[in-house]
Ligand binder design. Structure first.
Ligand SMILES: [Mn+2]
Length: 236
């Protein structure tokens, strides 16, 4: 049987007028049994339905910071703004994917997009938020940090991973604040930062704040891509 096709959103490059995509996303999808297909965001929005016709599932990838005007704020001084064209495209793509009940996995920015798309808000800069035994969630000085995440047992993520407690990487300064409509929190770090959300009423609408694609040689993290591929297979 042919593999399910998983669309992967992409980013802009520091080089003007160039797209960029960390290879780890496509590699993880392929390793999990999917056929990866990169989605160029300068595509006219009217072509999104035709693009989605090609797909069985979508991976909303990482990137820079959403425009906080979407949740009634202005950019934090430390913000690294997303290309507005990418934001526009991905919001329209998410609406199409949701309307079709197509399986979707959001990673980092992708999970933040899911929350903001549903009317939620973000904490723009975690170091501003006082909390007990605060963990550094950012990648600083090229040091990749890891921290535990506790996942709710009653979630598809835990069914797929087979563990409620995982060791995840952390490379983010933002996180979900007010949870969007129809979403629920599926996991938190020991200092209370929201690390995952889902809409349990859809076949798969799951967002994670960590970067499983960079850990696809670890079973707990590859499991999320297997989940996306399995749901995409079941849904076509
Ligand atoms: Mn984290």
């Amino acid at each position: 049987m042919p593999r399910p096709t998983i669309g992967i959103t992409i980013d802009s490059s520091d080089k003007p007028n160039h797209y960029e995509s960390p290879m780890a996303y496509a590699t993880a999808v392929e390793k999990a049994g999917g056929l990866p297909l990169l989605l160029p965001y300068r595509t006219d929005l009217s072509l999104i339905p035709q693009l989605v016709n090609l797909l069985d599932g979508v991976l909303f990838s990482g990137g820079n910071d959403l425009d906080p005007v979407l949740y009634g704020e202005t950019y934090h001084p430390k913000a690294e703004p997303i290309d507005p064209a990418r934001q526009r495209f991905e919001l329209a793509l998410m609406a199409e994917v949701e309307a079709r009940r197509m399986p979707a996995l959001g990673i980092c920015l992708g999970s933040q997009l899911m929350n903001v798309y549903r009317g939620g808000s973000l904490t723009q800069f975690l170091p501003d938020v006082p909390r007990d035994a605060a963990i550094e969630h950012r990648k600083l000085d090229d040091v990749v940090r890891r921290h535990p995440i506790h996942l709710d047992s009653d979630t598809v993520a835990v069914q797929a991973i087979g563990n409620t407690d995982i060791d995840a990487n952390s490379s983010h300064k933002q996180a979900v604040n007010r949870v969007g409509k129809g979403l629920r929190i599926i996991g938190t770090s020991p200092d209370g930062v929201i690390e995952g959300i889902e809409d349990p009423s859809l076949p798969l609408f799951l967002g994670v704040q960590w970067h499983p694609e960079r850990l696809s040689d670890e079973a707990d993290h590859l499991a999320l891509f297997r989940l996306l591929v399995d749901k995409a297979t079941a849904n076509r």
